[in-house]
Design a binder for this molecule. Structure first.
Ligand code: GTP
Ligand code: SAM
Ligand code: SF4
Ligand code: SF4
Length: 325
């Protein structure tokens, strides 16, 4: 079975958020005083999340990315991932994490059947890192990355670039790929919470590439299925690759292949659209066919693209941690 939207895009990727809680408070993701958190009753149980995943796979989803909040803070996540990985027809199980718990958990995630990890890391300087994350310890994340490499995971490092905050480190991040087979992806800051100065914070993908080009020679990689929303390049002779994700300056909506389900059981058609569908009534009734209809409906109502540039059609500000990025 295949899920196709009204713009002819095949939807085969589900971003499944398992919690809205997090052990960091990144400045670009949530307000300083955090967000109102879901109660235990509001959050989908693992059984419910599995039912969503099974129904989605039966409807045409081939790749599930587990996200959050921070997915590794939820108790029982490893046995849940083991069950998720066993869903017949699921081709890829991948996870996005801030890396704080990876030193302890990387090996068991590998055993559970997670195939790839994307790790968020916005600075290589302990003080800047603590500033961006509002207090997290860079050394723990670096130890987590080392453990994930040791466990044999293919890794992508996600760097949200912010002018005047961490854009001075672009070359240091690019240099990480010289002798390590990982991918570093530079992401344009997205105005999810609509901070007052959001436009000033954005460093366009082209500027990022220009700065790297002033120091290194690099060439584009052929696009492959694992590139996701990134354009990827390799610095001459490097072991790894670099990428840019440009949701704001050069949106990739034409190739969008994804839907989202939040930890509270809301299916979302697009990161920047308020169109959603509450899946909880179907989950409470164990109604698989109703759930399948709801997923088809959310695909059918998927907008062609975001309207971040439009002054009239502004999204309701949201914390990325409540959706999963
Ligand atoms: N605007 C927009 N941004 C997205 C979308 N999907 C992911 N992102 C952003 O891209 C960055 C990287 O997201 P990841 O969680 O690593 O997922 P991914 O890029 O799909 O991962 P791959 O499967 O490895 O390509 C984050 O900042 C996300 O918020 C999307 O559909 N639209
Ligand atoms: C919401 S987090 C959830 C997973 C995990 N806690 C983490 O940080 O990797 C998923 C992704 O969204 C990205 N993200 C959050 N807010 C963003 C923003 N305003 N602009 C760009 N990316 C953002 C993060 O950098 C991360 O890569
Ligand atoms: S980006 Fe990830 S690690 Fe940072 S606050 Fe948001 S959910 Fe937490
Ligand atoms: S902004 Fe919406 S349509 Fe565009 S890539 Fe993201 S989820 Fe897809």
């Amino acid at each position: 079975m295949e899920l196709t939207d009204t713009f002819g895009r095949t939807i085969n990727y589900l971003r499944l958020s398992v919690t809205d809680r997090c052990n960091m408070r990144c400045v670009y993701c949530m307000p300083a005083d955090g967000i109102p958190l879901l109660t235990h009753n509001d959050i989908l149980s693992y059984e419910e999340l599995l039912l969503v995943a099974k129904t989605a796979v039966a409807s045409g989803i081939e790749k599930i990315r587990v996200t959050g909040g921070e997915p590794l803070v939820r108790k029982g996540i490893v046995p849940f991932l083991t069950r998720l990985a066993a869903i017949p027809g699921l081709r890829q199980l991948v996870l996005t994490t801030n890396g704080l718990y990876l030193a302890e958990m990387a090996e068991s995630l590998r055993q559970a059947g997670v195939q790839r990890l994307n790790i968020s890391l916005d600075s290589l300087q302990p003080e800047t890192f603590a500033g961006i994350t509002r207090g997290a310890d860079l050394h723990r994340v670096m130890a987590g990355i080392a453990a994930a490499e040791q466990a044999g995971f293919p890794l992508k490092i996600n760097v949200v670039v912010m002018r005047g905050v961490n854009d001075g480190e672009i070359l240091d991040f690019a240099a990480m790929t010289l002798d390590r087979p990982l991918t570093v992806r530079f992401i344009e800051y997205m105005p999810a919470i609509r901070a007052d100065n959001w436009e000033d914070l954005i460093v366009p993908g082209e500027t990022i590439l220009d700065r790297i080009g002033n120091r290194f020679r690099f060439s584009p990689m052929e696009r492959d299925a694992s590139a996701g929303p990134a354009r990827t390049f390799r610095i001459d002779g490097a072991a790894g690759t670099i990428g840019v994700i440009t949701p704001v300056s050069g949106h990739f909506c034409d190739e969008c292949n994804r839907i989202r389900v939040t930890a509270s059981g809301r299916a979302r058609s697009c990161l920047f659209s308020d169109i959603g569908y509450d899946l909880k009534p179907f989950l409470a009734a164990g109604d698989e066919s109703g759930l399948a209809v709801a997923l088809h409906d959310i695909v059918a109502r998927k907008p062609g693209r975001h309207s971040l540039e439009s002054a009239e059609q502004q999204h309701t500000p949201f914390a990325m941690s409540a959706i999963g990025g």
